[in-house]
Write a protein that binds this ligand. Structure first.
Ligand SMILES: Cc1ncc(COP(=O)(O)O)c(C=O)c1O
Length: 352
């Protein structure tokens, strides 16, 4: 066959496909078992808000129409509830799409991208596909070393990206430190704060909404999702906040109807159901503490987590055997696994 890879753009042949957590049905088929609890993709084990479900079902019959390409009502809701300027919002089919668009818009083979060690795998993939060099900065005691990240930036650094809280490590950079960092970074380097797990971290007294720094930090880009705490992973909806010019560029690049009507309606209703969100976050925080006690009891090392998952080093045990039939994801080292915090109670309840 003709070598089609030789025709493909940039670094496409240099990346491996994204390894998604296996769907429950696939694990059942593969292992021939019925009792499967998915802990691998940090989804919401409590389902979605009943109000979101109702809104989703109610709009199915409008499926013959294209969605509102601009997502006016969802943007309006984000403005009403969180105060975000609608001209700074780009909607996407999950935040993953928005990260993809941002790298496509700004990264090329004359640039480099700076990432902390153990970053969400998609940033490195997007950088490589677009031809950029990736500079990986070691963590310091499982925390992002902001000084080292800053030192790695040069005039060709187009993006510095952090997940905050991070995935798969689970630690978070405190708001004040992050704000100081963004203020220092030159304007031609975009600082992307991916807040997919933000809701699980925002109860902290020292927490500030980083999107509120957009006016003073014009190179700041904040990415959010409805996939995790809001429980809408399967509907695919997220948003990105950035200055008006970056937002306008992203909106030129995105496909015209990238967020479907069900996702738009469900996301609006999910924002309105803050009670469900609180329940999710409270439950998660409770279950995370149980993991902490479990690890203490077993003499295992658990990285303190601000997210809805925990990374545990199972040394000296065999992590593979402990994970058993669960779809736990490989963690930051061969002996570690990242598992979902609230899944702990799901497992205990199922096997009690
Ligand atoms: C840090 C981080 N960012 C972004 C995403 C993508 O989420 P989605 O595309 O569902 O919004 C994930 C999903 O696992 C994630 O862990």
């Amino acid at each position: 066959m003709f070598d089609y890879s030789s025709l493909a753009n940039g670094g496409l042949s240099r990346i491996k496909p994204y390894q998604a957590g296996k769907p429950i049905e696939e694990v059942k088929r593969e292992l021939g078992i019925d009792n499967v609890i998915k802990l691998a993709s940090n989804e919401n084990p409590f389902g979605m808000s009943p109000k979101a479900r109702e809104a989703a079902v109610a709009c199915v019959s409008e499926g013959n129409f294209y969605p509102d390409s601009n997502g006016y009502y969802l943007k309006q809701k984000l403005h009403e509830v969180f105060g975000y300027d609608q001209e700074t919002i780009t909607l996407g089919a999950g935040s993953n799409e928005l990260i993809n668009l941002l790298f496509q818009a700004f990264v090329n083979d004359k640039t480099n991208v700076v990432l902390p060690e153990y970053s969400f795998v998609v940033y490195g993939m997007e950088a490589t596909v677009n031809g950029a060099l990736v500079r990986t900065i070691p963590l310091k005691n499982y925390q992002v070393d902001l000084d080292a990240v800053f030192r790695a930036i040069d005039e060709n650094t187009r993006i510095v990206a952090f997940a905050n809280p991070s995935n798969p490590i689970g630690t978070a950079v405190p708001s004040q430190d992050m704000r100081e960092f963004v203020r220092k970074v030159p304007h031609n380097t975009l600082v992307v704060i991916d807040e997919a797990y933000n809701e699980f971290n925002s109860g902290d007294e020292t927490y500030e909404d980083s999107a509120k720094w957009l006016d003073e930090c014009e190179n700041l880009v904040v990415s959010r999702t409805f996939s995790k705490a809001y429980g809408l992973a399967g509907l695919r909806v997220g948003y990105m906040l950035a200055n008006k010019e970056i937002t306008s560029l992203l909106n030129r690049l995105r496909a015209p109807f990238n967020v479907n009507i069900i996702a738009l309606s469900a996301a609006i209703a999910a924002i309105d159901d803050q009670e469900f969100l609180r329940k999710t976050v409270d439950n998660n925080n409770k279950e995370r503490l149980r993991y902490e006690s479990f690890c203490k009891e077993m003499g295992l090392f658990m990285i303190p987590s601000k997210a809805n998952f925990v990374a545990i080093d199972f040394k000296p045990y065999d992590a593979q055997k402990i994970a058993g039939g669960a779809t736990a994801r490989r963690g930051y080292s061969p002996s570690s696994f990242r598992v979902q915090a609230a899944g702990y109670s799901a497992c205990l309840n199922r096997y009690a």
